[in-house]
Each structure stands twice: as structure tokens, then as C-alpha cells.
Design a protein around this ligand. Structure first.
Ligand SMILES: *Cc1c(COP(=O)(O)O)cnc(C)c1O
Length: 397
């Protein structure tokens, strides 16, 4: 039996041990300590954002982002149905409700359907005209069937691809929607052309969130980071992440906060990982190119990324012809000691979300039935890519 090839595992061969040892030796292991600020600054610098605020994980970063942009209980938030559930659950934590949208062929949110949903299912009203007596002259998007306010949209950059921000941003702008970019899978992805040339995933909407979970391209064990151009959002997020303490000495708290700040130990790991991020992205891209070359030899297919981007190529998406082939392929690979997994189930079909609003979900079902993620770790060798391709070829017969 050949050695096991996992789907996606951490790669800790840089200065991780050195930095973490330093954190332990100096006894800065909790949320204070120099590595946290340093990691925040270096992430901000890397994605060309003015500043960044760390959190315990991507999920908490998304939760705080939604609070910061003003999502409140009873609001609606537009989310994708084909994604990891952590992009959606924070909507529910707040007591708001998701509206599930379809994907396009990039697996990310379909801008066309977003537009038609806003146009046909909703109505743009002046905030001043509404019963709540808001005095602002902002526009508010009201969902006609429920009468609820659509406050924001969560755009997920699936597998390190870029959602179609060129189309999504003008729609959000027109309908007064705040844009939260779930860039948890896409740190390092940026536009190489077009109006957003040079812009990184996570820095185009109002707020962007990264994750450093164990299976992401760089890891802090668990961790997250929020970036924004808007200093008020970031200040508020940092405040909320540290129990909303308004007076350090006398323990005064001016709102309900959370214990969401990253620890110095996590940040130590993160700094060492960030030093290797560009090298990891190169390996992910090189291995994807090798997969594509070898798969082309027998008609296997990986989904492509958007044209005008440099992708971090976090996960590779192999296309099967139907769900039956998908299930047989996953077992076949398992027999060859290769780990793979189907893309997520649709969030709109999960038990807690069965009654939620969904809008014209079609392509998400198609891809849900067909996409299989195949090994993509940054320490995957050429030899291992070849082995995976041999197993895929043997399956095709
Ligand atoms: C990983 C991930 C998250 C959550 O990040 P954690 O750090 O695991 O909390 C959210 N959304 C998507 C799309 C993810 O892949």
C-alpha cells in the first residue's frame, strides 16, 4: 500500500517553532504580546489594506464584521448557498436571516441573480420615509414579501477563486448593501487586470475576512483577520473582540462584546506562516498546472479560475459527470489511500436553514453534485500529484 495522501494539511517548516518558542519563553501566550500587533500589520501590508484586526477564527471575524456594518436582528443578509456554513451562521447569531443565492460557473455568487433579486423581489426606499424614523437620507432595500430590510451581502471567494467583484460592487452600491467579503479561502488572490487591478480579495468590499484554520493556505491553528478601508469599522471590531471594555482600569463596558481576540501564540505561528505564503501560492499554482497537464491526457477536468486574477489556488475542483460518479470516485481514491471530498452540501438545505428564503438555486445544485476536491497541500510532491492522476485515470478506465 502506498503512503496516504491527505486532502489538505498544514506545512510548518519555516520559523514557526522559533517564534512560538519565543512567545513561550517571554511568557506572552495570551491576547497581549508583540506578535499579535506585528501579525496584524504584516497582513495589512501584504493585502495593501490600511490596517487589520485579528480574531480567534474566520467565523468570529465574520460575526464581528456583520455587527460592524450594522446588521441587526430582523434584517436580511444575502449569502451564497454553495459554501461553508460558517459564512452564514453569524447572520443567525445576530438574529438576522439569510437569503440564499445561487452561484455562477466560478462557484461564487451569481451577480446576475443578485441584481434581479434586488430589482424584482425588493424595493429601494428612503430611510427617512420608513416608520423607524431614521433621519438619514440613505436608501434602504426592503424585501417585498417579508417587509424586512436587506442590509448586507456576504460574498465568498470560493476555493481561492475571485467572485465577480466588478459586477457585484456596482449592484451593492446601487441598492445600498454593505459588502462583506468572506476571503477566508482566498488570502493572496488578487486582480491582475481590469478596474480592480492589484486589488486583493478581501479589500474590495466594505470589510474582508481571512481565516487561518488548519486546512487554509496558512494557519495559526485557529485564527482570523479582518481588514477594511474604514477605520471606524476596524476600531469597533477590535472593541467588540475585547469585551467592549471602555475603561481598562475600572472595567466599564459600553456594549455587549466578545472574547474574540487572537493570542500571541497563534500570531507567532501566523507570522512564520505568512513569510512562506508566496512560496505556498507558487506550489499550489504549480501543482494545479501539473494536475491539469496530466488530467488532460485522459479527459479529466479541473475547474478554471477567473481569467484576470492571480489565484492562491487553495483547493482544486475536479468535475465528475454526476453524483453517482462522484461517490464512486471518492471511494475509489480512498482505496488508493488518497483523501478527497465532495464540495459542501447546500446551506439552504441544511436542517437549521430549511425554512429560509432561497432565490432561484440552480447551478449550485449542479456543482454540488459534481465537484470533488483532490489533494492540494503545499507539501504535496510532484510524485504524489502523479499518483493521484494515475488513480483518477484508472477510475476513468
Ligand atoms: C474556513 C471558512 C470559514 C471559517 O473560518 P474559521 O477560521 O474556520 O472559523 C468561513 N467561510 C468559509 C467559506 C471558509 O472556508
Amino acid at each position: 500500500m502506498s503512503d496516504f495522501i491527505p486532502l489538505s494539511v498544514p506545512n510548518l517548516k519555516g520559523r514557526e517553532l522559533e517564534y512560538v518558542t519565543h512567545a513561550v519563553e517571554t511568557e506572552w501566550v495570551s491576547t497581549g504580546g508583540p506578535y499579535v500587533n506585528d501579525f496584524e500589520n504584516k497582513i495589512a501590508e501584504y493585502v495593501h489594506a490600511p490596517a487589520a484586526v485579528s480574531c480567534q477564527n474566520g467565523t468570529s471575524g465574520l460575526h464581528l464584521s456583520m455587527l460592524a456594518v450594522g446588521v441587526k436582528a430582523g434584517d436580511l443578509v444575502i449569502v451564497p448557498t454553495l459554501t461553508f456554513i460558517a459564512a452564514v451562521n453569524p447572520v443567525t447569531y445576530i438574529g438576522a436571516e439569510p437569503v440564499f443565492l445561487d452561484c455562477d460557473d466560478s462557484l461564487c455568487m451569481d451577480p446576475e441573480k443578485l441584481k434581479v433579486f434586488c430589482e424584482e423581489e425588493c424595493e429601494l426606499k428612503d430611510a427617512a420615509d420608513l416608520a423607524n424614523g431614521s433621519s438619514s437620507n440613505q436608501k434602504v432595500l426592503i424585501h417585498k414579501a417579508s417587509g424586512k430590510t436587506v442590509k448586507a451581502v456576504v460574498v465568498v471567494h470560493i476555493f481561492g477563486n475571485m467572485a465577480d467583484m466588478e459586477k457585484i460592487m456596482p449592484i451593492a452600491d446601487k441598492y445600498g448593501l454593505r459588502v462583506i467579503e468572506d476571503a477566508t479561502e482566498a488570502i493572496g488572490t488578487y486582480y491582475t487586470d481590469g478596474i480592480y487591478k492589484g486589488k486583493y480579495a478581501g479589500t474590495i468590499g466594505d470589510i474582508g475576512v481571512y481565516s487561518f484554520n488548519g486546512n487554509k493556505i496558512i494557519t495559526t491553528g485557529g485564527g482570523g483577520m479582518v481588514v477594511s478601508e474604514d477605520k471606524e469599522y476596524l476600531d469597533h471590531i477590535k472593541h467588540l473582540s475585547t469585551q467592549a471594555k471602555s475603561d481598562e482600569l475600572y472595567y466599564e463596558h459600553d456594549e455587549i462584546g466578545f472574547n474574540y481576540r487572537m493570542t500571541n501564540l497563534q500570531a507567532a505561528l501566523g507570522l512564520a506562516q505568512l513569510e512562506q505564503l508566496e512560496a505556498f501560492i507558487k506550489v499550489k499554482n504549480d501543482n494545479k498546472a501539473l494536475y491539469k497537464k496530466l488530467l488532460a491526457g485522459f479527459g479529466g477536468e479541473l475547474l478554471e479560475n477567473r481569467d484576470n486574477i492571480r489565484s492562491n489556488c487553495w483547493f482544486y475542483a475536479y468535475m465528475c459527470k454526476d453524483s453517482d460518479e462522484r461517490d464512486r470516485l471518492i471511494s475509489h481514491l480512498k482505496e488508493h489511500n488518497i483523501q478527497s471530498r465532495p464540495i459542501w452540501g447546500l446551506i439552504s438545505e441544511q436542517k437549521p436553514y430549511k425554512g429560509a428564503i432561497s432565490y432561484k438555486i440552480e447551478k449550485a445544485k449542479y456543482y454540488r453534485d459534481r465537484v470533488v476536491n483532490i489533494p492540494c497541500s503545499t507539501n504535496l510532491s510532484e510524485n504524489e500529484v502523479e499518483k493521484v492522476c494515475e488513480a483518477l485515470k484508472a477510475f476513468k478506465g
